[in-house]
Design a protein around this ligand. Structure first.
Ligand code: UDP
Length: 456
């Protein structure tokens, strides 16, 4: 047996969404801090640029080599849409299709690089198959939580009934929660996609962006369902970047009292309807709360902020409210001591980041995994879900009521914050150990495969 190998090369291959690319990149950096890996990071040019722009240090400090993935050129999908950060919702299926069609370019990349290991994502079990066909082991890295994955997996294997955690599952899941403005997805389809194929291709273990302090029982249940050891890698919150524009926001936040401000944002892929935005604006006007609200429009729907908000709104709230168009330095905002709550769609990264910084959530889930992520944090005592009306819309009064209970009222808010802080501490205590464990496991897989190849 040859045990002299001192370095292994890992090829990282995330799906093109921001909420996948960045966790893969953070994981790369963390693995490099533990073991002598060399990392190839494969994504589209626009995603690679986006990572480069977010960096504090030079990329050469990290021993990460970017490898550009060329998507086929489709007339309706120019290269600036080769990421989900600004792609209009109607072009998402085309982006998915282009990504699938890039499998032959990816096959060439794998043949040229011959890495020791591939780390792949939920949307491309085909990449794992390509690697296996060339004798390269592949490990699935799940950027969603264990709760949603065990829910979908259970649904796929056992159907609708007997999900062992009733606080998470309830029967009106599809009827109401999934009827958001931004689109809907059938649980059956998601279950099929999530559970079929992706786990099966993963070599012995599955890495998952979570921590035991938040999801232990779901991690255990998922391990049983998918017959793979689930290895948590923690929240993977990106390091803060010190930029002028960000310090402007921090300066503004510093004028606000501790725990007095709500951050309102719905992730990197969601666009609210005009009606829903008006309800949120009206809700923010009903109570005297400080807020930062990130307002987003996609290319095909680029109306001005003024037109999309109630007349005179900006003027009326200018002392206590800040509207950011398009994008905000979320982690830095959540880390600020003035944060009293995060009104969020409860995308998995947002949930993890909020808990990491001990900020309670005011949940406004829109689609896919978000309703289930919401129930997890409500169950954990660190979130309050906004009640929606029978049409699935969030109305101003309920928005105001929920923000008031979390941010403005001591009796309810302090308990939620204490829980968020408690979970935050657990998360931070686990962080180091989980990355060590993940790096060890990956190293062993590489080593085992290396020995097999050497002896054959
Ligand atoms: N994000 C950000 N600024 C924004 C919007 C999003 O930094 O204005 C980041 C956020 O910190 C998180 C990710 O984008 O890391 C969004 O991931 P999440 O899973 O919450 O939602 P998704 O975009 O996948 O729906």
């Amino acid at each position: 047996m040859d045990t002299k190998q001192t370095s292994f090369r890992i090829l990282m291959f995330p799906w093109l969404a921001h909420g996948h690319v960045f966790p893969f990149f953070e994981l790369s950096k963390k693995l490099l801090s533990k073991k002598n890996f060399h990392i190839y990071f494969c994504s589209t040019a626009i995603n690679i640029d986006s990572i480069n722009n977010s960096l504090q240090k030079n990329l050469s400090d990290f021993s990460i080599e970017f490898v550009e993935l060329h998507l086929p050129s489709l007339p309706e999908l120019p290269p600036h849409y080769h990421t989900t950060k600004n792609v209009p919702p109607n072009l998402m299926p085309t982006l998915m299709q282009a990504f699938q069609m890039s499998s032959s370019s990816f096959s060439t990349i794998i043949s040229n690089l011959k890495p020791d290991l591939l780390i792949y994502d939920a949307f491309q079990p085909w990449a794992a198959k390509l690697a296996s066909s060339q004798g390269i082991p592949a490990v699935y890295f799940a950027t969603s939580g264990a709760t949603i994955l065990s829910f979908f997996h259970h649904f796929h294997t056992h159907g609708n009934d007997n999900f062992p955690f009733p606080a998470i599952y309830h029967r009106d899941y599809e009827k109401k929660d999934m009827k958001a403005e931004t689109g809907s997805i059938k649980v059956e389809d998601a279950a099929e996609g999530f559970a079929f194929g992706i786990f099966k291709q993963s070599h012995d273990i599955v890495l998952i962006k979570t921590c035991k302090g938040l999801e232990e029982k779901y991690i255990d249940y998922l391990s049983i369902l998918c017959q793979r050891k689930m290895v948590p890698v923690g929240p993977l919150v990106a390091e803060a970047k010190n930029e002028e524009e960000n310090s402007e926001i921090k300066k503004w936040l510093s004028t606000k009292d501790q725990f007095s401000t709500v951050y309102v944002s719905f992730g990197s892929e969601n666009y609210l309807s005009k009606e829903q935005m008006e309800e949120i604006a009206a809700g923010l006007e009903l109570i005297n709360v400080n807020f930062i609200w990130v307002v987003r429009f996609h290319d095909g729907n680029a109306v001005g902020i003024d037109e999309s908000l109630p007349e005179g709104f900006l003027e009326r709230v200018k002392e206590r409210g800040k509207i950011l168009q398009g994008w905000a330095p979320q982690a830095e905002i959540l880390a600020h001591s003035s944060m009293g709550g995060f009104m969020s769609h409860c995308g998995w990264s947002s949930v993890m980041e909020s808990i990491y910084f001990g900020v309670p959530l005011i949940a406004m889930p829109l689609k896919i995994d978000q309703p289930i992520n919401t129930r997890l944090v409500v169950e954990g005592g660190a979130a309050l879900e906004i009640v929606r009306d029978d049409d699935g819309l969030f109305r101003a009064e309920e928005v105001a009521k929920a923000i008031k209970m979390v941010v403005l009222e001591k009796s309810s808010g302090e308990g939620l914050r204490a829980k968020a802080m408690e979970l935050s501490q657990k998360m931070k205590m686990e962080e180091e150990e989980t990355i060590n464990e993940a790096a060890d496991q990956l190293w062993q897989i590489c080593m085992k495969n290396h020995d097999i190849v050497q002896s054959s």
